[in-house]
Design a protein around this ligand. Structure first.
Ligand SMILES: [Mg+2]
Length: 312
């Protein structure tokens, strides 16, 4: 199929929203300005065959995941996503039906979150498929929770359950957009981050940026069913708690609030999001690094989060 035909096919019927003045088809998309009381959020992320998915992965879920990762980062800023550009790198020989499925996966999730797909680009990428998505969003000025916002004494919370996200949940997770906006609207969220590299690894990003340490309560860490099952059924699997601390791609929210808000938050959360677990897993302390407390006492946690790139 010629590139023009391919683009026409892919851009027919893409999701739009009121922020779009001119969508796909011109030299640039034209978008409504966000206005003075809002700041822009801008994010890009890529998924690559052989690293983030395999040639066997359902292409609809590949597209879904490519967008969901970006949405999760907008959630980490308590923002609202608005418009996306999609860049596809394709092997010279590719199956148009597979591409349709990738686009269907992207469009389905985009529609659910009122995200417009306003254009993109296709190019050749020998050997493997690559999908890169650039996503715009906005957040209220002065209410963007950054990684550097954790303070000594804050309570540390995490949504959902952690660990064992491969082989399935990393493809089907729901970005916590609504939850994050609700949190920032109703509570004094200090720092917030979405968990892509594992609890221990991503918490370290927050601690370094905030120049503080954290004490985690081992018994309070919400371990996923998948991580428990893997630990029980496979002799080579990590203990479930280690999975919850170090597995990547949970895409849950990790955040801090002042300790005085911990109990009101718990109560309000249960009413607002009865189907999503919220756990207070510890607190922010002076110093640096992560201390893990269990019935045997306290120890410094050396385990790192999942590392994407292997060192030579
Ligand atoms: Mg992130």
């Amino acid at each position: 199929m010629r590139e023009f035909d391919l683009i026409a096919r892919l851009t027919a019927g893409l999701p739009s929203n009121p922020s779009v003045l001119v969508g796909p088809g011109d030299d640039c998309a034209v978008l409504e300005n966000v206005g003075g009381d809002r700041v822009l959020l801008f994010k890009t992320d890529a998924v690559v065959e052989g690293i983030h998915f395999t040639s066997e992965t359902d292409p609809r879920l590949v597209g879904r995941k490519a967008l969901a990762r970006c949405l999760s980062d907008i959630a980490a800023m308590a923002g609202t996503p608005t418009a996306a550009l999609i860049t596809l790198g394709l092997p010279a020989e590719h199956d148009p039906a597979k591409l349709d499925a990738v686009y269907a996966g992207i469009s389905e999730l985009a529609s659910r979150h009122q995200v417009a797909i306003v254009g993109g680009e296709t190019t050749t990428n020998p050997g493997r498929m690559l999908i890169s998505i650039a996503l715009l969003g906005w957040a209220p000025r002065n209410r963007v929770p950054l990684r550097g916002g954790a303070r000594v004494g804050d309570a540390l919370f995490v949504t959902g359950t952690l660990g064992g996200s491969l082989p399935e949940r990393h493809l089907t997770f729901d970005p916590r957009l609504e939850e994050a906006r609700w949190l920032a609207e109703h509570f004094r969220v200090g720092a917030m981050i979405d968990l892509s590299d594992g609890l221990a690894g991503d918490l370290r990003h927050v601690l370094l940026a905030s120049k503080v340490g954290a004490e985690l309560l081992a018994a309070a860490i919400p371990i996923s069913r998948q991580a428990r099952l893997a630990a029980r059924t496979s002799s080579s699997a990590k203990p479930a708690l280690v999975s919850a601390l170090t597995d990547g791609e949970d895409f849950e929210l990790l955040f801090t609030v002042p300790s005085a808000e911990a109990v009101p938050l718990h109560d309000a959360w249960r009413k607002e999001f009865p189907d999503l677990k919220l756990s207070c897993i510890g607190r922010i302390v002076p110093g640096a690094g992560i201390t893990l407390r269990d019935k045997h006492g306290s120890r410094k946690l050396e385990a790192h989060g999942y590392v994407h790139f292997q060192q030579p």
